[in-house]
Write a protein that binds this ligand. Structure first.
Ligand SMILES: CC(C)(COP(=O)(O)OP(=O)(O)OC[C@H]1O[C@@H](n2cnc3c(N)ncnc32)[C@H](O)[C@@H]1OP(=O)(O)O)[C@@H](O)C(=O)NCCC(=O)NCCS
Length: 197
């Protein structure tokens, strides 16, 4: 997987094409792309089926109305575009003194190729504040993914307090979730072109 390119002007597109390789870019998602964002979330959220507690699983996992609500509450999505199509999304939401990573999803057929890694590195580069991410405690792959990208679980006793303070989710979801905090610097050698977007 090549590294996606970011346009320094406004954090949007600046694709390059290596001969024979499709251009890949990380860019801000447009307002008219909500249906595409939702489709990616719904497809990738299939990973939770049968894994998270049954009473936490909904079908669809997220509705357009819920996505609209998240965007209205300040979640900004970045997307990973390949061959002109979004294949992964990751949101960030500024809540008081922290930036939350929200709704990280890559299309199932594109997972495991480094797309999520590039998106999270991009968001970490953009943030100068403490970053937190919450996920289902049963989603061990997601926990490992965040750990590989500089996050560590906060002590179990602190997680509900943080989830109540910074998220707007049900008590049931709080019970079934963990929180990870951004504790490690981004490794040297990560492409610096991410810095200006
Ligand atoms: C979690 C998720 C967003 C990560 O995105 P991703 O694109 O799959 O992430 P990456 O490819 O960067 O890393 C995941 C795996 O791919 C591997 N990988 C990374 N770059 C790679 C590359 N260039 N080639 C092959 N494999 C690679 C990583 O080592 C990792 O493997 P591991 O889990 O066996 O250790 C995505 O898998 C997903 O949507 N999962 C379902 C929904 C979900 O759990 N979302 C989290 C919500 S909080």
């Amino acid at each position: 997987m090549q590294n996606a390119i970011i346009d320094p002007n406004q954090g949007e597109v600046s694709p390059t094409t290596t001969e024979g390789v499709a251009p890949a870019i990380i860019r801000r998602c447009r307002d008219d792309e909500r249906a595409t964002i939702l489709a990616i979330i719904q497809a990738a959220a299939e990973a939770y089926r049968g894994v998270i507690p049954d009473d936490c699983w909904h079908e669809p996992y997220m509705t357009l109305r819920e996505l609209d609500g998240e965007i209205a509450a300040g979640v900004e999505f970045r997307g990973y575009e390949m061959d002109g199509a979004l294949v992964g999304v990751m949101g960030v939401q500024a809540v008081r003194d922290v930036d939350l990573i929200r709704h990280a999803y890559v299309l199932p057929g594109q997972q495991g190729r480094g797309i999520g890694g590039e998106l999270i590195t991009h968001l970490r580069r953009k943030s100068a504040r403490r970053m937190l991410v919450g996920t289902w405690s049963a989603a061990d792959w997601a926990i490992r993914f965040y750990q590989r990208h500089g996050f560590e679980p906060v002590p179990t006793a602190q997680a509900p307090k943080l989830l109540r303070a910074y998220w707007n989710i049900s008590e049931r979801q709080i019970e079934a979730s963990v929180v990870l905090a951004d504790v490690r610097p981004i490794p040297a050698g990560t492409p610096t072109r991410f810095l200006r977007c």
